[in-house]
Design a protein around this ligand. Sequence first.
Ligand code: URA
Length: 278
Amino acid sequence: MTVPSYPLGDPSASRLAESLLAFWADGGVDAMLLDEAVDRIEAGRILPPVRPAPAAPPPAAGRASAGQPDVSAAVAQAQALAAAAGDLDALVAAIAGFEGCPLRYEGAATQPVVYRGDPRAPLMVIGEGPGTDEDIQGQPFVGRAGKLLDRMLGAAGVSDRVLITNTVFWRPPGNRTPTPAEQAICAPFLERIIALVQPRMLLMVGAASAKSLLKQEDGILKLRGRWFDWRSADGTLELPSLPTLHPAFLLRQPGAKKNAWKDLLTLTERLDRPDRPL
Ligand code: URA
């Protein structure tokens, strides 16, 4: 196909662009993505609106300077807010008021998405980040992938013993994978959820969750089905953790469901019979 070229400002070009966009929108396209996620914090293109202390001293050498995004300031602010939250309701309110995560201003159309399920659950499922349906409904895993996740958890007999959350609490634009910086900024809140709920074990669904929480470089196909020890940043919590395949991946690759099922059996074996040696 030959793409016509127009001189700058030619109204025919805008008409062509409009009609092309309408064509894509009719076909269900609602976002434009680059091949690789852009880490806008690292790129310094978006300044997370972390409120600086009133008379902040000049930044030390090597630290982010004024006007530069400062991930460590956002993390410190998240840590302080998370530590002050005495229960899940307070934590949800703290996340809703937190302005340090750029996703809040980029991908989230409506609201933060924090958790659903039993606040006393022995099992915590951690996905990567909310998608479009989650952003609209304010709950994690409520879209197509979430429905599959629910069926899997139901088949494994753990539906009523689970709390579901994500590594980030706002929808990344175009449902892209959250960046390590975005995950680092949200991590104090996630750790606080874990500390408040005190689950017996974690199920990490998908590479973005497993790699960031377990600090692993391997892909999910290598990590899945193996037990790891997750440790909180302050070293006070340690939990057995099992990475598995993301339900969105299973929707695209149904042949991989048998591996996910194997992982769930590994999980329930330990959940239901904690004293049995592995
Ligand atoms: N995928 C995720 O990782 N989390 C959600 O909440 C929804 C889809």
